[in-house]
Every structure is written in structure tokens, then in C-alpha cells.
Design a protein around this ligand. Structure first.
Ligand code: PLP
Length: 489
């Protein structure tokens, strides 16, 4: 494709993207395709001839769009917001168009230095102290893995430079709440600690936040048993309920025992843009690493996960490589981000943030986050004021866990009469909501029971959408709970 052919095709594609975003509210939120339908439509044979952009766009409409759950839809309340602001899409296009190769500073000085600058802008905008130095990973999962690798090496005195874990005198242990995201357990496994050395620490039964006393006791018990505690992962905004582990109490424990403390704020990190939410990370300065995803609520298109460390030298010692073909005269005077993470070749992700911050602006982003928090408070009030409905966890941010508890399944005093039937009812009404195509939410298990979960914060979601969701939710749940023959208003 020549630049002129690219120009013509790209104009058509950009128009299509803008049209798609304009009409997205009219699409079903959850994808309706059956497993295998997209693959079948594409055909098994590789294309033998070329097609033009118009024909590809027709196939985007016909095959690809129906095969996507529209997380940019105003009535998407599933998982966590996965916003893709169009301003950041432009940055992604610029990044792809430049085709830069981020393997060393020399390969693309701007790629390194824009990343240095924008991660520091985000540090300032979220109120982090100057102790923190940032890089951009693809995901929070990668950030957790990098943190667990660095923790392992600190705890073993850089054992990987000798015989590695195969020569470790005793198992290393890691501590996290059962509410921690599954990527934490995955990172612990991938870093070689072994599943049985990941300790699930008790949480407060009401807030689901990690209990610091239980954490301290678990570390002491492991030390007494001859094990080697290596790392703690604190969740700030856990995936299920957005529980907030008490950093101010966890930090002294980590410091007392010399453990690496990784703070996973993948979702809640966006809230740090709001000064009134900085309490979420009170005490952070005693931690070792922090990750959060602009590609969630803040809305810088995937993949864009910020990873901050207090001491980059601890990453470099573990992750650096120095093959002769990558050396240059400036080594030692510049940041080599390849030594702060796993991949060698890196994309120019920082441009997405740079475009997003310049074109949308931080004040507009802050206003949107505050809108979402207000919508969550509105919905919280509705649930609390409506008989037969219950919130199962506090709502510190924009995610609600709720249940419809009809008479017969739950007694007048709140006692659960038939847990299995209640689970079946919850799953049935959530599926009924999702099947309408008008809204989409994803349930979770909490304390062994299914609960509905509503995560507010898609970029186009206004209060009217949340009001509509509440109407749909009540209609479906109350309809399904009604005795046969009864009608609901
Ligand atoms: N941590 C938390 C608290 C999350 O909610 C998630 C995903 O939702 C992750 C980590 C993993 O994020 P990523 O998809 O960037 O790996």
C-alpha cells in the first residue's frame, strides 16, 4: 500500500469509526453471535486475492461488529469500564503510523522520552510523590508479574544469578487478599513461587478489605516455620467489590519484614486523578510498586497500564539484558525501558496518553469520573430505598454488588431461606437483563453466593442510562420472582 492509497483508505476507515461510535447506542450491548460463527464467516482458506477497503468495511459491519460485546456502549455495566476515548485512538493511530521500534533509547529517543514525561505527568496528576518513577506496560497482569519477579530476587539476594529457585533453601511466600485479581495468583505462579506459597489473608467481613492483623500473623507464622516471606500484594479497588486494602497499616508490616509491597490499583487508579480520592492510597510512599490502568476507567485505549516503582535499579538488576548489537554510546546516560519490563520491542504507547491528555484534557476526564461517582451514589440510594433489594458490599467508587431478595428466598429479617434458589434467581434475572440487549452486567460470587454487579463508568453513560438500567433490572428481577400468574407493575 502506498502512502496515497493509505490516505484514501484511512479516510474511509476513520469515517466508519466515527459512524460506529455514533450509532453504538442502538446496538445490542452483549455480542449475540454463537461460538464459531465469526470464524466460519471468515472462511478457513487464506485469501488468494486482494479486496478493497469498502469490501473490508462491509465485512466489519456484517461479521466483526456483531461479534463484539460493545463495551463502549452507554449501557455497558459489565466487568470494569474499558473506555477507549477517541482522542487516545488518534494517539494509537499516530503510534502505529510512525511504526517506531522501541527496543532501546537509540532506536527511538522520542518513544522513551515521551514515556518518561507522560508517566511523570500522570504521577503529578494523581498526587504521587517524586519518589515514583513510571513506565507503561501492556496490562496490570504484566505489572504484577514484574513486581513478583523483583520481589523474588530481593528475597533471594538475586538467587537467579546463581542456581535460581532450584537452589532455594526454603520456599518463598506471598500474601494477598482473596479479593485480589486472578492476575496476582497468575503472577505468583509464573514467577515460580508455587500456588501453595500464596497465602490468602482474611478480610473484613463487611468491607472485604485485607485484615492487617491477620497479615502480620501469617507472616510471623511463616517465619517461625522457616519459610521466607517475599511479597505482599495490596488491592486498591478489588475486582469484585472495589474493596480498598488499608495501605497505611500494611506498609509498616511490609517494611518491618523487608517484603516487596506491590499495590494493584488497576481500576481505582483513575480515581486518584481526583484529589478527594487520594485517601485510597494513603501510606503509599512505603510501598515498592504501584500499577493502574488508564485503559480502564480513565479511558486511554488498551493497552496502557502504568507501572511505578520507587527504585528502578531493583528492576534493572533483574530484567536488564545487554547484547552487543543493542549497545550505543549513550548507554548509562538514558533510560532503557527494555530493562524495566519483559519485552524487548515496545510500542509507542505513551502517545495514546499524550493525545488523550492534550485533546480531551484532564479537567474533562475528572468531570466524567465525578459524573460516574455521582451516578453510582444515585443507584446506591435507589437500591437502599427499595424493599426486596440489598447491597452486599460498600460502594467506595462506582461498582455496586446487589441482590434481589424476594420473600420466600429470604426471610423478613434478612435470613437466607434457600441459598441455591437465590443463586438461581440472581443468575436468571441477570441473564434476562443481558438477553434484552439493552444493558449488560456481569455477576460474581461473593461469600459463596452469586450477586449481581453493576460497574458504572463507560464514557457515554449518563444518569439517564443508569436510570434506565435500574428500571430494566427491577422489571426483570421482579417479573421472574413473581408467583406464576401474578403480574408486576
Ligand atoms: N487488577 C485488578 C484489580 C483488575 O480489576 C484487573 C482487571 O480487571 C486486573 C488487575 C488485570 O488487568 P489487566 O487486564 O490490565 O491485566
Amino acid at each position: 500500500m502506498t502512502p496515497e492509497e493509505f490516505r484514501a483508505a484511512a479516510h474511509v476507515l476513520v469515517d466508519w469509526i466515527a459512524d460506529h461510535r455514533t450509532r453504538i447506542a442502538g446496538l445490542p450491548v452483549r455480542s449475540t453471535v454463537a461460538p464459531g460463527a465469526v470464524a466460519t464467516a471468515l472462511g478457513a482458506e487464506p485469501p488468494g486475492s486482494t479486496r478493497d477497503i469498502a469490501s473490508l468495511i462491509a465485512e466489519l459491519d456484517r461479521t466483526i461488529v456483531p461479534g463484539i460485546t460493545q463495551v463502549q456502549h452507554p449501557r455497558n455495566f459489565a466487568w470494569f469500564p474499558s473506555n477507549a476515548s477517541l482522542a487516545s485512538v488518534l494517539g494509537d493511530m499516530a503510534s502505529s503510523g510512525l511504526g517506531a521500534l522501541g527496543i532501546t533509547w537509540q532506536a527511538a529517543p522520542a518513544l522513551t522520552e515521551v514515556e518518561e514525561v507522560v508517566t511523570d505527568w500522570l504521577r503529578q496528576l494523581t498526587g504521587l510523590s517524586e519518589q515514583w518513577h513510571g513506565t507503561i506496560h501492556d496490562t496490570a497482569s504484566t505489572a504484577a508479574l514484574v513486581a513478583m519477579l523483583a520481589a523474588r530476587e530481593r528475597a533471594t539476594g538475586h538467587g537467579s544469578e546463581r542456581g535460581g529457585l532450584q537452589q532455594a533453601p526454603a520456599p518463598l511466600t506471598v500474601y494477598a487478599s482473596p479479593q485480589a485479581h486472578s492476575s496476582v495468583a497468575k503472577a505468583v505462579l509464573l514467577a515460580g513461587y508455587g500456588r501453595e506459597n500464596l497465602r490468602e489473608i482474611a478480610t473484613d467481613p463487611k468491607t472485604y478489605a485485607l485484615d492487617p492483623a491477620a497479615l502480620d500473623a501469617a507472616i510471623r507464622a511463616d517465619l517461625a516455620a522457616g519459610l521466607r516471606p517475599a511479597a505482599i500484594v495490596a488491592s486498591i479497588g478489588s475486582t469484585g467489590t472495589t474493596a480498598v486494602d488499608p495501605l497505611a497499616d500494611i506498609v509498616p508490616i511490609a517494611r518491618a519484614h523487608g517484603l516487596w509491597l506491590h499495590v494493584d490499583a488497576a481500576m481505582a487508579g483513575s480515581a486518584l486523578l481526583l484529589p478527594e480520592y487520594r485517601w485510597l492510597v494513603e501510606g503509599l510512599d512505603g510501598a515498592d510498586s504501584l500499577s493502574w490502568n488508564p485503559h480502564k476507567w480513565m479511558g486511554t485505549i488498551l493497552d496502557c497500564s502504568l507501572f511505578y516503582v520507587r527504585n528502578p535499579a531493583e528492576l534493572v538488576r533483574v530484567l536488564s539484558t545487554d547484547p552487543s548489537y543493542l549497545r550505543s554510546a549513550v548507554d548509562g546516560a538514558v533510560i532503557q525501558y527494555k530493562d524495566w519490563g519483559i519485552p524487548l520491542g515496545r510500542r509507542f504507547r505513551a502517545l495514546k496518553l499524550w493525545f488523550h491528555l492534550h485533546l480531551d484534557g484532564v479537567e474533562a476526564i475528572r468531570a466524567r469520573l465525578r459524573r460516574d461517582l455521582a451516578n453510582a451514589r444515585w443507584l446506591t440510594d435507589q437500591v437502599e430505598q427499595t424493599s426486596g433489594w440489598r447491597l452486599l458490599a460498600p460502594v467506595p467508587l462506582q461498582t455496586l454488588c446487589l441482590r434481589h431478595e424476594p420473600p420466600g428466598l429470604v426471610g423478613p429479617d434478612g435470613t437466607m431461606l434457600d441459598g441455591s434458589a437465590l443463586d438461581a434467581h440472581t443468575l436468571a434475572w441477570v441473564e434476562a437483563v443481558n438477553a434484552t440487549g439493552e444493558a449488560f452486567l456481569t455477576p460474581i460470587t461473593l461469600d459463596g453466593r452469586w450477586v449481581a454487579r453493576i460497574s458504572i463508568g463507560a464514557e457515554p453513560t449518563e444518569q439517564a442510562d443508569v436510570e434506565a438500567l435500574w428500571r430494566i433490572v427491577r422489571r426483570e428481577a421482579e417479573r421472574l420472582a413473581a408467583p406464576a400468574g401474578a403480574t408486576t407493575d
